[in-house]
Design a protein. Structure first.
Length: 157
């Protein structure tokens, strides 16, 4: 089974008035660093995984979901809550604490408070994933949907 990497950023506005609507697409995408494009992934065998988040909104935490899909997904395929409903497998949701490794120099010049060493919330991304035997033998894609939830209004303009 050969998988291709796809990254779909999703920006979710935390507002009751737009919660049911599909949020606008982020202009910035994270990247799947591992596995490399065209890596053959065998069911039941762990493979390296690394996703470099896009911290478009300067959020304290970035949240993303990882999926195996038959085809190359698009933004229109993503639901308002960050799912790919036709995914053949959902690897789960992961959280990355930002500012845990950023330099004081970078933070000093930003409008945001120093938040170095934030505690981990949720499940951190693993260094490897395993696709269980799902009975699918065709080509597929490893897809990531990053969910932005706390962007300052100025970042939307």
């Amino acid at each position: 089974m050969k998988f291709f990497a796809a990254v779909l950023p999703l920006f979710a506005i935390a507002s009751a008035s737009v919660a049911a609507q599909k949020p606008p697409k982020s202009p910035y995408m994270g990247t799947i660093a591992a596995p490399a494009r065209s890596t053959v992934i065998s069911q039941g065998v762990p493979f390296a995984f690394q996703y470099n988040v896009s911290n478009w909104c300067n959020e304290a935490y970035n949240r993303f979901r990882v999926f195996a899909t038959e085809g190359d997904p698009s933004y229109d395929d993503v639901t308002s809550d960050g799912y790919l409903p036709y995914a053949i497998y959902d690897f789960g949701e992961y959280f990355v604490a930002n500012y845990g490794q950023c330099s004081r120099e970078r933070v000093r010049f930003s409008a945001y408070a120093v938040r170095e060493g934030l505690p981990q919330v949720g499940i951190p991304p693993p260094s490897s994933l395993t696709l269980p035997d799902i009975g699918y033998t065709g080509p597929g894609h490893l897809s990531v949907v990053q969910i932005f939830t706390d962007c300052p209004v100025s970042d939307l303009i």
